[in-house]
Design a protein around this ligand. Structure first.
Ligand code: PMP
Length: 435
């Protein structure tokens, strides 16, 4: 007798490639049937089979306050009652933009609907502003499915990228230089050779898309300084970290302390409160190049949508110090317990965290020292993760279904939810050790 999730997955595959609308949801890396979720409340998700899970994905980051937060729902409900989209300016857009500008070092912001749109637009703007074409990115950093940003790593110092997906023109990939993360010498070499042609360097402010691989101390400051020296723009992608690792994102953790400012920043996830809202912004003179003020075109029918901006604004306003303190505490408790369970079970691992974002790399190859780049992350044992993932799922804990992802928690993860995770860990750790 197939489960209801299995039945829905079969229907989904008949009408949608792979049965999903974003690939990582398909459980391709871990095997098995993706769970079709019916509802979420606080820290919990309930699937169509009626099973409940403690959610450690949180919609891949946005749900900082947990699912169906009553005050966010009230703001969304009120916004819906006023009408859902007008294609005109609305007041909530201004308020959300003000909230973002207030928390970050950027002067001007443009709202869009996805992180991909934000990075795509930021790259176009950087190219328009500098009159240069080449983009530098790091292997293992994900910035959405923008053609020029899907180029993957080659070996050596500054390898001109080869696209990792069919459908990206070679000419587009050829404008991208892919470097190893945390590698200052590689950055120096790329700028020494191509400095005059480089429009921008884009980096995740603290990578979470190869597992959690934080910048080594001073690395972001070094990137900002290198870009400035060569007349290129420094784009800090905070789609994942923005308003999550702190009220001021990753920049609040390093830039604000070290005294540097990115030329452009991108945001998404938390600032949309679970709705499609994202943003890019930066220096006044750079942003002034943007249409209708300047010649670089960018637009969107649903940009600054009143429902999405109401949800985002409510989320940011509710995210006070107590919220961040709770999210940090939950992350610390769960990550420490996971580490302890794996140690006890004799499963080799490496735990890495950046504030309340964390992930575990499995296997002997990664256990000894820091994972500092994509090559290091790829050395992990995905079979051990798979066994761990399914044991957790069976015990009612929903982890990211891939070893190359951060785990996310929310302020709604109360003691009962945390306890369910802690109770699941020993068996899952034993499963990982048995691989
Ligand atoms: N940048 C980063 C750092 C991300 O983590 C993501 C999505 N995970 C994106 C950009 C793309 O955002 P979206 O999926 O909303 O297009």
């Amino acid at each position: 007798m197939p489960t209801t999730s299995e039945q829905w997955f079969a229907r989904a595959r008949a009408v949608t490639p792979g049965g999903v609308n974003s690939p990582v949801r398909a459980f391709a890396a871990v095997g098995g049937t993706p769970r079709f979720m019916e509802s979420g409340a606080g820290a919990w998700l309930t699937d169509v089979d009626g099973r409940s899970y403690v959610d450690l994905v949180c919609s891949w980051g946005p749900m900082l306050l947990g699912h169906a937060h009553p005050e966010v729902l009230a703001e969304v409900g009120a916004a819906i009652a006023r009408g859902t989209s007008f294609g005109t300016p609305t007041t909530t857009e201004v308020e959300l933009a003000e909230e973002i500008v207030r928390r970050t070092p950027i002067d001007r912001v443009r709202l869009v609907s996805s992180g991909t749109e934000a990075t795509m637009s930021a790259i176009r703007l950087a190219r328009g502003f500098t009159g240069r074409d080449v983009v530098v990115k790091f292997a293992g950093c994900y910035h959405g499915h923008v053609d020029s940003l899907l180029a993957q790593a080659g070996s050596g110092l500054a390898t001109l990228g080869v696209s990792s997906t069919p459908g990206v023109p070679a000419s587009s990939a050829a404008q991208t230089i892919v470097l190893p993360y945390n590698d200052r010498a590689a950055v120096e070499a790329a700028f020494a050779e191509h400095g005059d042609a480089i429009a921008c360097l884009i980096t995740e402010a603290s990578p979470g898309n190869m597992g959690v691989v934080p910048p080594e101390p001073g690395f972001n400051a070094f990137l900002a300084e290198t870009c400035t020296r060569h007349g290129a723009l420094f784009i800090s992608d905070e789609v994942m970290t923005g308003f999550r690792v702190s009220a001021r994102g990753q920049w609040g953790v390093d830039g604000a302390v070290e005294g540097w400012v990115p030329d452009l920043m991108t945001f998404g996830k938390v600032m949309g409160g679970g709705f499609p809202a994202a943003a890019f912004g930066g220096r006044t003179d750079v942003m002034a190049m943007l249409s209708p003020e300047g010649p670089v075109y960018q637009a969107g029918t649903l940009s600054g949508n009143p429902i999405a901006t109401a949800a985002g604004l409510a989320t940011l306003r509710l995210a006070d110090d107590a919220v961040y303190a709770r999210v940090d505490e939950v992350a610390a408790t769960i990550s420490a317990a996971a580490a302890e369970a794996l140690t006890r079970a004799g499963a080799p691992y490496r735990l890495q965290s950046n504030g309340n974002m964390f992930s575990i790399f499995f296997g002997d190859a990664v256990a000894g020292s820091a994972v500092r780049d994509y090559v290091g992350a790829q050395a992990q044992d995905s079979e051990a993760f798979k066994a761990f993932f399914h044991a957790m799922l069976d015990a009612g804990v929903y982890l990211p279904p891939s070893a190359f992802e951060s785990w996310f928690v929310s302020a709604a993860h109360d003691d009962r939810a945390v306890q369910q995770v802690l109770d699941a860990l020993p068996v899952a750790a034993a499963a990982a050790a048995a691989v």
